[in-house]
Design a protein around this ligand. Structure first.
Ligand code: A3D
Length: 320
């Protein structure tokens, strides 16, 4: 069987890390695309030169034209600009919207059958713009945010409880970061819900609230430390988990920004919800009943995403 082809649009911090992970996990061959000539070529060659040491067989190529992504099975999009200290994700909208329109056209022309994962911020609006401009079916275009938000939440919880990260599960809904809605009653340590762990004295409600807030601010914490860009290792690992579920038809249940058509009372926009990712893309959207404060948090998040999409429609009236 031929190897899968994974196209990475944007060869910056996340793009380079994605390429390395695809190689290390032997998920397929890699094409790195960027508008800055030399960067995708240099990163592809550098990673390829590590393959004999690490023992993986992937063909890695850097390209400067969209033709190079032709026939890709998966396209992961990180093209655009990241945040600098003091910037919100929403400050990126004008620049990154134009980039999504170019990338969407490139995908429509050269990789219309791909499963597309968007990472570019502000995520929930950019994945919508990418779907609109590419014209691909909504179940084949998805946004990465929830896997990262829940991974950060799981890491902080495991650290608090002094247990393995593997035994902590987290359930998050809503938009990326600031408007994330963690569902603590569905987040567990080895199946024991967090509210029960508070009752058992493992932690306090106050500590739990602090951890939730740290998770919401997780991206800004890294931006503040790095000063020159935003997080890239954990975002790349999160997108790879989604790509792997698609390529291997694993049918993992992952929180992703998915196109809703009435679920949770929302229609025609992308919001973070739990989905099943398999060979058909987003195969199922899982809809659970939300309690009062959870519903309020989710509705606030949906309102924020709608506001951003309205801004996009104002800048690019041809979308939507
Ligand atoms: P960076 O290292 O700057 O890489 C972006 C790359 O995109 C650069 O190499 C640019 O040359 C390239 N680029 C710019 N315009 C175009 C274009 N029109 N076509 C092709 N390539 C282009 O950024 P990064 O890799 O750190 O982050 C990439 C994006 O991911 C940013 O928008 C971040 O805000 C976003 N991000 C999202 C998350 C989520 O959880 C959703 C987390 C971290 C970063």
């Amino acid at each position: 069987m031929a190897r899968s082809k994974i196209a990475l649009v944007g060869a910056g911090q996340i793009g380079g890390t994605l390429a390395h992970l695809v190689g290390l996990k032997e998920l397929g061959d890699v094409v790195l695309f960027d508008i800055v000539d030399g960067v995708p070529q240099g990163k592809a060659l550098d990673i390829a030169e590590s393959s004999p040491v690490d023992g993986f067989d992937s063909v890695l190529k850097g390209v400067s034209s969209y033709e190079g992504i032709a026939g890709a099975d998966v396209v992961i999009v990180t093209a655009g600009v990241p945040r600098k200290p003091g910037m919100s994700r929403d400050d990126l909208i004008g620049v990154n919207l134009k980039v999504m329109e170019q990338v969407g056209a490139g995908i429509a022309q050269y990789a219309p059958d791909a499963f597309v994962i968007c990472i570019t911020n502000p995520l929930d609006a950019m994945v919508w713009a990418l779907q609109q401009s590419s014209g691909l079916k909504p179940e084949k275009v998805v946004g990465m945010a929830g896997v990262l938000d829940s991974s950060r939440f799981r890491y902080f919880l495991a650290d608090e409880f002094k247990v393995s990260v593997e035994d902590v599960t987290a359930f998050v809904l809503g938009g990326h970061g600031d408007t994330m809605v963690p569902l603590t009653r569905y987040s567990t340590v080895a199946g024991i819900p967090l509210p029960d762990l508070v009752k058992l004295g493992w932690t306090t409600q106050e500590r739990l609230d602090q951890i939730v807030q740290r998770t919401r601010d997780g991206g800004a914490e890294i931006v503040g430390l790095l000063k020159t860009g935003s997080a890239f290792y954990a975002p790349a690992a999160s997108a790879i988990a989604m790509a792997e579920s698609y390529l291997k038809d694993k049918k993992r249940v992952l929180p992703c920004a998915a196109y809703l058509t009435g679920q949770y009372g929302v229609d025609g926009i992308y919001v973070g919800v739990p989905v099943v990712i398999g060979a058909a893309g987003v195969e199922r959207i899982i809809e659970i009943e939300l309690a009062g404060d959870e519903k309020a948090g989710f509705d606030k998040s949906v309102g924020a995403v709608k506001g951003l999409i309205d801004v996009c429609k104002g800048i690019a009236p041809n979308l939507g």
